[in-house]
Design a protein around this ligand. Sequence first.
Ligand SMILES: Nc1ncnc2c1ncn2[C@@H]1O[C@H](COP(=O)(O)OP(=O)(O)OP(=O)(O)O)[C@@H](O)[C@H]1O
Ligand SMILES: [Mg+2]
Length: 348
Amino acid sequence: MSRMPVLEVQNLVTTFPSRHERVSAVDGISFALHSGEVLALVGESGCGKSISALSILRLVPKPGRIEAGSQIRLAGEDLLARSIPEMRKLRGAALGMIFQEPMTSLNPVQTVGVQVVEAIRLHERLSADAARRRTEALLEQVGIPDPRARFQAYPHQLSGGLKQRVMIAMAIAMRPKVLIADEPTTALDVTVQAQILDVMRGLQRELGTAILLITHDLGVVNQLADRVAVMYAGKIVEEADRRTLLTAARHPYTQGLLRSIPALATHRARLEEISGVVPSPHDWPAGCRFSTRCTQVFEPCTKQVPESREIHPGHTVACHAVARDEEKRCATASAQATSFARDEQGRP
Ligand SMILES: Nc1ncnc2c1ncn2[C@@H]1O[C@H](COP(=O)(O)OP(=O)(O)OP(=O)(O)O)[C@@H](O)[C@H]1O
Ligand SMILES: [Mg+2]
């Protein structure tokens, strides 16, 4: 039996109003995140990654809304049943968050030290002195050199990498069970990006923080993720552990994503991108949403939505072509087993 997941999302549907009806930006996604685990949510722009994250945090921008039937549980507790003030308390405490743009989340007219102190005192009664000491320790923990001096700095006096470290310090101040990081390193240059990923890996190892890591960068996935869920047009199309996903992906979309990254391509480095773009929620094709860009389309693809099926323990794929190939493989295997059994019986 597996342990209870620290975050469990089931059949999450988040919609926005469109011309005539509501359209689903996130359309029935399910996943589980265990403590100490890093789950990466990947996919091209517009596929619903941020809306999924904002849904978990209950921060979906209006007029978006989470539909009935969706389930989000944090350590077994139903988040969709929480009131707005209760959610506000949970965010920053049990649920930490880091976004791509640290500049927009930090107050420009307040020192970063005071901002971290305030974040702590929002959740815990602590003397100013104790909160200050804790802040300095946190700044040090996320690798900010000379934390005492940096405490006094205003956001504009810090580099993008340092600002993102301050955001991480704030996000982990209350030792959240789950940290939701939406493109935490996208705005940073490669060296700083690697340092931030190191800080996050340290947190996951030392504090057992579970991380939902949202990224379109499979290089980042390779460095940090334990498992990977691939999203396309509002749905999770494939999920597997990192190694399986990077070396034995089965969904044509995942395979295309992998081929578009020379460093990760399993064969020779070829920059072979998937043609076309992610359709927008109001003109999603019938059947499989990837069918308009897929090279393996056959009869059912344009008619029926493919169901997600587990092809190996822990590896799920939602693709008609994969399902067909798996059925063939199983049929061949069982035919072989039958003939083997017959041979055995016929043996003198
Ligand atoms: N405020 C909004 N109003 C209406 N529709 C929205 C809004 N925000 C997002 N959407 C819809 O939800 C879809 C998913 O958006 P989301 O921001 O989750 O994509 P993403 O995967 O995070 O992309 P990116 O990689 O560019 O950040 C968008 O294609 C858009 O149609
Ligand atoms: Mg996004």
